[in-house]
Design a protein around this ligand. Structure first.
Ligand code: ATP
Ligand code: MG
Length: 673
């Protein structure tokens, strides 16, 4: 406690009513949460199982757990919930699924699974509407986040298009139910509905969770806020921490107004503001403060730091995107050698995942180890996707998406015609494929041979499911991969034997992780069964499409969105160009403020140095175009910047003193006319 400043201490100790800690980046908001968990357990004698802390990403949840682990002895943290919102929802649904008509072992659809189903429904409705699938997915997600059911969506529909979408929403919900599956948004929506409709269940959870803490509160959406409100009730024992300047998920329904809303919903709300930043040099903070001053503010905040003024922020202009990534790579090597740093001291941030590809190639060429969020993550490997699909089927044979993924992996020679007929039969009767299979028999149009193959698969699956529940599950799972001769299949489908072996090892790694989940709390009240273990894995898979677990010495590559809450000694932000950062779509929608907050998040990740880069020319759709440096560069305190690369060849945009961006462009335009 002595390590905290007086205001932090006040926030930790205040437990008499609702508390909001409202403060800028790096001021110790997350630290208040972890310290408070320790305080509640050790000083207030509250059993850990009555405390829940929620945040937004797996990585953040993991970090929080580690920080608590350093403060409180493991024997005292039994039953403590430190998780993402979605994981909390999953925990609730696992226990209460029968109240909402789901069977144990329900599946969770990822975005791709949901998309496949939606596309199918769209095409049934109108054969030429397949390209609306991204739209409808977004719309449905917004509706769910606003707690609208199909009925409400239908009655609120403003035009023919929304009406169509609402009808598809209805069908989509029915299908999910038939598949015993949920999508990502359901993990919040369904607990809220459950609590609203079953006061007894809500009561039980209120007795379970007696103190709730929420990190990154500015990113909660309507449904998440509702879940918080339901859980805390009028007892109002909760702490939320947030920073309105770091709200970067409006596009996913996040409402920074929720910060304001708290005051009216909980009139006794106490607000603590923190102003000392313990992360960054003064220069970095000044840059962040100056930039964000361009946004209107709900709450005034002033951040200061005692960590010295620090190095100027560097802005490096390169000829083109190739030179940009090369420069980042050489800068890292250079700084590492000169200052004796580790690779993990560096992070490279960017607006979109596509920007990382070129960088990856360059880092590989320079033999710089790196870790990238998304894309190449463990769970996106093909063998892991196959294995996960088998696991999904084992705990929920009605999961049709998983069924389709594995039916011909390895090859069972079941043709598309057969599968089409099977799904037509199932759809007509609103049942899952596996159920259809067990009852269709000879009356179908499927040939006897094909039917026999299908049934062989179904029988095998059924036997294995039974064994999974009767025997020690791990050997049963291992047997699955032997039964299907997966290793042979990998050998047929890999470029080299070494690659096949590596892929098989990945599968065993997955099985090991299930085993350790099962064993970690064995014999305690928190012991979990195989269904819970697998479904947690599925959820981790969903969440980790943005993140990855790996603590070895590597440079971290992250999107700006994924960097929230984290800190690194040396940070690079790439692509400071108009249409990249701020993003083109935000410029078109006149939504620069959210982009500015994103930039603010990026700047405030840096502890000691910050380097920003942009390319004077960049290929777009195969054409080389001249870029415009980001307007955000103009919004930084110019005296604290050090510009480099201005003299490099290629047509020059005069950026001395950083003011000439638009006038230079205007000049160029005039020259051309
Ligand atoms: P963000 O807004 O980026 O999520 P935050 O407000 O959650 O930041 P923390 O991550 O909790 O800030 O803290 C930032 C850094 O400051 C961490 O390294 C933390 O250990 C350190 N820190 C927090 N409070 C103190 C303190 N009182 N004394 C020294 N260091 C502190
Ligand atoms: Mg934080």
């Amino acid at each position: 406690m002595s390590e905290l400043n007086p205001r932090q201490r006040e926030a930790v100790r205040y437990i008499d009513g609702p508390l909001l800690v409202l403060a800028g980046a790096g001021s110790g908001k997350t630290s208040v949460i972890t310290r408070k968990i320790a305080y509640l357990i050790e000083q207030k004698g509250m059993p850990a199982r009555h405390i829940a802390a929620v945040t937004f990403t797996n990585k953040a949840a993991r970090e929080m757990k580690e920080r608590v682990g350093r403060l409180v002895h493991r024997s005292q943290t039994r039953g403590l919930i430190v998780s993402t919102f979605h994981n909390l929802g999953l925990t609730i649904l696992r226990d209460e699924h029968d109240h909402i008509g789901y069977h144990p072992g329900f599946s969770i659809f990822d975005a791709e699974d949901a998309k496949a189903l939606l596309r199918d429904l769209l095409l049934q409705q109108a054969p030429d509407s397949g390209d609306e699938v991204a739209d409808i997915q977004m719309t449905l997600s917004n509706w769910k986040n606003a707690l609208w059911l199909p009925q409400q969506a239908l009655s609120h529909a403003r035009d023919e298009r929304e009406q169509r979408f609402a009808l598809i929403y209805q069908q989509y919900a029915e299908y999910l139910k038939a598949y015993n599956a949920l999508d990502f948004d359901d993990l919040i929506l369904l607990p809220v509905l459950l609590f609203r409709n079953h006061p007894d269940v809500l009561d039980k959870w209120r007795r379970r969770i007696r103190y709730l803490l929420v990190d990154e509160y500015q990113d909660t959406n309507i449904s998440q806020y509702e879940l918080v409100k339901l859980l805390v009730a009028d007892r109002s024992a909760f702490t939320v921490v947030g920073d309105d300047d770091q709200s970067i998920y409006a596009w996913r329904g996040a409402r920074p107004e929720n910060l304001n809303q708290l005051k009216s919903d909980f009139p006794s709300l106490k607000i603590v503001k923190l102003e000392q930043n313990y992360r960054s040099t003064s220069r970095i903070l000044k840059a962040a403060n100056t930039l964000i001053a361009n946004n209107p503010h709900l709450f005034e905040k002033a951040l200061w730091s005692e960590l010295g003024y620090g190095d100027p922020l560097r802005i490096i202009r390169t000829r083109n995107e190739e030179a940009e990534v090369e420069r980042v790579a050489t800068e890292i090597i250079d700084a590492k050698l000169k200052r004796g740093l580790a690779f993990q001291d560096f992070a490279v941030l960017y607006r979109g995942n596509h920007q990382a590809r070129l960088l990856e190639v360059k880092l590989q060429a320079f033999r710089i180890p790196y870790r990238i969020s998304g894309g190449t993550s463990f769970f996106s490997r093909n063998e892991i996707k196959d294995a996960m699909a088998y696991l999904r089927l084992l705990i929920n044979p009605d999961d049709d998406v998983a069924f389709f993924r594995v039916i011909n992996v390895p090859r069972r020679e079941i043709g598309p015609k057969t599968l089409e007929q099977l799904s037509a039969y199932a759809r007509l009767r609103n049942m899952s494929l596996i159920r259809a299979l067990s009852e269709m028999g000879a009356q179908s149009h499927i040939t006897e041979r094909a039917l026999a193959k299908l049934q062989r698969f179904a029988d095998w699956l059924q036997r294995t499911c039974e064994r999974l529940h009767q025997e020690d599950p791990i050997p049963v799972i291992k047997q699955v991969f032997t039964d299907i001769e997966y290793e042979e299949w990998l050998h047929q489908n890999s470029n080299t034997p070494a690659q096949a072996q590596k892929r098989m090892q990945n599968v065993w790694l997955l099985v090991d992780s299930i085993q350790s989940m099962l064993e970690s709390d064995k014999g305690t009240a928190d012991e979990i069964d195989i269904e819970t273990a697998i479904s947690r894995l599925i959820l981790r898979d969903l969440l980790e499409q943005q993140e990855e677990e790996d603590d070895s010495d590597k440079v971290q590559l992250l999107t700006l969105h994924a960097s929230k809450g984290l800190e690194f000694p040396h940070v690079f932000i790439m692509g400071l160009e108009e249409e990249i950062l701020p993003h083109r779509s935000s410029i078109e929608e006149n939504n620069i403020e959210e982009e500015r907050r994103l930039m603010y998040v990026g700047i405030t990740r840096a502890r000691q140095t910050l380097t920003m880069t942009y390319a004077a020319h960049r290929k777009q759709y195969g054409e080389k175009i001249e870029t415009i440096p980001s307007r955000f560069l103009d919004e930084l305190p110019q005296d604290d910047l050090q510009w480099e690369g201005q003299g490099e060849k290629d047509p020059e945009i005069n950026r001395s003193k950083g003011k000439a961006t638009f006038s230079a462009l205007l000049g160029d335009l005039q020259d051309n006319t």
